[in-house]
Design a protein around this ligand. Structure first.
Ligand code: APR
Length: 238
């Protein structure tokens, strides 16, 4: 077994569930009462922009009512104390990793607190609503801002950086993701093929569970702090 120096951590909706943020694939198959195709595709935005904007406005507003949980805080501690390379690749569009203090975070599916101007192609920090068609602070165009979210059918952000980190990883850890959505769902296979150890922590075995050397089943708020203690205490992942 290689010594562990470089770590890539993939997080999904399950890491924010204990903060009160809804996961995408609930038992009813709906995301906050909507089919994913009705709110998270470019086609949905063309068909009914008001619905899509209001949906994300509500998600953005909800961020103000939730806070990081023990899993976010533990990962932030690992980020600040781990001497090797570390990258938290999150599929989440909330800002709870950052609010817990993590710095080495990459949002591959975009961020609620960012808007994308379809006039000037700029991305601007955004805290307010978009449904009312506000003006882009970069170019002055009105009504052409959309959520800076990667929808189904769109290409995730910063894939080159993610790929480079996976190439160097000694350990790949997946937390709170169902493994249903590619390309993120395929990271474990890349990392494993390149020789990294692989560990998942999830409430249930993910769809790619077979690709992990180890699966820890339970709540992220309990499993992640214990794992971070192991890592910083010098115990290697089996
Ligand atoms: N602790 C650990 N895991 C949990 C917890 C918890 N407290 N609560 C739920 N989970 C697990 C669920 O069992 C599920 O396997 O988290 C996973 C969440 O899966 P999804 O809802 O599918 O979310 P995610 O994998 O992040 O979705 C990926 O799909 O809709 C798109 O772009 C969206 O980024 C999202 C992507």
């Amino acid at each position: 077994m290689r010594d562990i120096r470089n770590i890539v951590i993939l997080t999904g909706a399950g890491v924010s569930a204990e903060s009160g943020v809804a996961t995408f694939r609930g038992p009813d198959g709906l995301w906050e009462g909507h089919r994913v195709e009705d709110v998270a595709t470019p086609e949905a935005f063309v068909r009914d922009p008001a619905l899509v904007q209001s949906f994300y406005d509500a998600r953005r507003a909800k961020l103000g009512t939730v806070g990081p949980n023990g899993a976010h805080r533990a990962l932030a501690r690992l980020d600040s104390e781990w001497p090797g390379e570390l990258l938290i690749v999150t599929q989440n569009v909330d800002d709870l990793h950052e609010r817990a203090g993590a710095r080495r975070v990459l949002h591959m599916h975009g961020e609620l607190k960012s808007a994308w101007c379809l006039a000037c192609d700029g991305r601007i920090p955004w805290e307010q609503t978009l449904a009312d068609g506000p003006t882009c602070s970069a170019c002055g165009e009105r009504g052409l801002l959309r959520p800076d979210i990667v929808w189904f059918g769109e290409i995730p952000y910063r894939m080159d950086e993610i790929d480079a980190a996976l190439q160097r990883a000694d350990l790949f850890v997946s937390i709170g993701t169902s493994g249903a959505v590619y390309p993120a769902a395929g990271f474990v296979q890349t990392a494993r093929y390149l020789g990294a150890r692989t560990l998942e922590m999830n409430l249930e075995p993910s769809q790619g569970s077979v690709f992990f050397d180890e699966s820890r089943i339970g709540r992220a708020g309990e499993l992640v702090p214990a794992w971070v203690d192991e890592m910083l205490g010098g115990t290697k992942v089996r």
